[in-house]
Design a protein around this ligand. Structure first.
Ligand code: KIV
Ligand code: ZN
Length: 509
């Protein structure tokens, strides 16, 4: 079967999305999981954009051996040199050069003529080719550009050495039939097109990113750029899991395969959601909590008799755990370890002991511990392993008569114990004020969201917060059955990430 190249840009276009600030270790963790998922190309970042991005691309280039590592660069020498510097040690490096090609972008943003842009595109692809044989070129905003001009640009950059030409629907403006025609036209009209792979990169502003990508595949595209959970700039990018499962489920239409291990999809989706702080909507195709849940009695009846009556994909094919065993306070170490493995976690013995103790603590309070609860316990444990300050104790008084008051005890660097108390307009405000007095880092709270991980009165509450300090946004997450404790943990998590970023910057990272 013919194959499409899966190009994942979660760590570049996905990361670009407001507030999705992952640190270097987290980006490497996502890259390793993408490698397990079997993506062909990982766009690891935009190295010239910040020292942190440069370092994370370099770290990924070192760590990941079974995928091509791509770095983004604008069409200028400094960007290309920096991108190459970051990926040059990769087993299989790729440079991705882009420049705007629509009239509206060239006239109002670049203030350059068609000829100037064409000349830059060719010159910079040649420069990139001086470093590597694997060069991708993107004429940005191609779907709104003059088609004849795009043909000319593509012919010229392929002649200059581009091995992949990527057609971006940068503002998510295209509709499927039109985008398919654009790809077919490129295939027909660019004389040297057979020397390059046609790629597509669709944004989701009209909710059509996946549909446009699939129509492009039907018309000859052989690389699809996408992100896990569809995260990305504005309304996001084409969702990897949706594109992958559409071509796999409808092989009769597409007649094309990917190299993905689709059983890693669910785990990858959970990891990206956990680390970026972008929740997955419950009705999201393939990875949403309801994607394989049947509510209607008629559907339930059908699925019991024969799953294919209402299920077009076997959930296990995308790695959704089967959950045959109910976990609770009678579950032992062995069963717990097995469930962790099923969920895709391989913990060291020491880490396992800690998570198992947390599981037992939860199982004492809750009759049934769900997979989502277990994922939350592991995430909570991982968050606390790299802390500068740790929440030791928290006591809050609140109600409609008194003044909300919080007393907080933290352990700080070198195990030093710190305690203080504060009043607030509400219990969470009082907790944050008390923590601020102890940690003393100025910041502004910009987002505060509470979600319950599972249903029921005994659900674990998960708090997501974002804080801003010196123009940079930091995400924090915390989970606990007590929502005030979860809020305190989320705030500590955001502060610890802020402190780590400051330390890395001070140490020249
Ligand atoms: O959306 C876009 O046009 C991009 C390019 C850099 C490929 O992200
Ligand atoms: Zn994009």
């Amino acid at each position: 079967m013919d194959k499409i190249i899966v190009f994942d840009t979660t760590l570049r276009d996905g990361e670009q999305a407001a507030g999705g600030s992952l640190n270097i270790a987290e980006k490497v963790e996502v890259a390793r999981q993408l490698e397990r998922l079997g993506v062909d190309v990982i766009e690891a970042g935009f190295p010239v954009s910040s020292p942190g991005d440069f370092e994370s691309v370099r770290a990924i280039a070192h760590e990941v051996k079974n995928a091509t590592i791509c770095a983004l660069a604008r069409a200028n020498p400094a960007d290309i040199d920096s991108a190459w510097e970051a990926i040059k040690e990769a087993e299989s490096p790729r440079l991705h050069v882009f420049i705007s090609a629509s009239d509206i972008h060239m006239m109002h943003q670049l203030k350059k003529s068609h000829e100037q842009v064409l000349e830059l595109a060719v010159g910079m692809v040649e420069r990139a080719r001086g470093y590597t044989e694997n060069v991708e070129f993107s004429p940005m905003d191609a779907s709104r550009a003059n088609t004849e001009y795009i043909y000319r640009v593509l012919e010229a950059v392929i002649a200059a050495g581009a091995t992949t030409v990527n057609i971006p629907d940068t503002v998510g403006y295209a509709v499927p039939a039109e985008f398919g025609r654009l790809i077919a036209g490129i295939k027909q009209s660019v004389p040297n097109i057979d020397s390059a792979v046609i790629s597509v990169h669709c944004h989701n502003d009209l909710g059509l990113a996946v549909a446009n990508s699939l129509e492009a595949v039907r018309n000859g595209a052989r690389q699809v750029e996408c992100t896990i959970n569809g995260i990305g700039e504005r309304a996001g990018n084409a969702s990897l899991e949706e594109v992958a499962m559409a071509v796999a489920t409808r092989a009769d239409i597409f007649g094309i395969a990917t190299s993905l291990d689709t059983t890693q999809i669910y785990r990858t989706s959970r990891l990206v959601s956990e680390l970026t702080g972008f929740p997955v909507q419950p009705n999201k195709a393939i990875v949403g909590a309801n994607a394989f849940r049947h509510q209607s009695g008629i559907h339930q009846d059908g699925v019991i008799k024969m799953p294919a009556t209402y299920e077009i994909i076997d959930p296990q094919r995308v790695g959704v755990p089967s959950s045959a065993l109910v976990m609770g306070k009678l579950s032992g170490r062995h069963a717990f370890r097995e469930r962790l493995a099923e969920l895709g976690y391989g913990l060291s013995d020491a880490d396992f002991d800690q998570v198992f103790a947390a599981f037992k603590g939860l199982a004492d309070k809750k009759k049934e511990v769900s997979d989502r609860d277990i994922e939350s316990l592991v995430a909570e444990y991982k968050r606390t392993t790299t802390e500068h300050y740790h929440l030791e104790r928290l006591q809050v008084t609140c109600g409609d008569r008194g003044i909300p008051t919080a007393a907080v005890k933290l352990s700080g660097p070198g195990g030093k114990e710190l305690a203080d108390a504060a009043l607030g307009t509400g219990p969470v405000d009082a907790v944050f004020k008390a923590i601020n007095r102890l940690v003393g880092v100025s910041n502004t709270l910009t987002e505060f969201t509470v979600n319950s991980i599972t249903g029921g009165i005994d659900a674990i509450g998960e708090v997501l917060i974002r804080i801003e300090s010196a123009g940079v946004s930091y995400t924090g997450r915390g989970a606990d059955m007590d929502i005030i404790v979860a809020s305190a943990k989320a705030y500590m998590n955001a502060l610890n990430r802020l402190l780590s970023a400051h330390n890395t910057a001070e140490n020249g990272g």
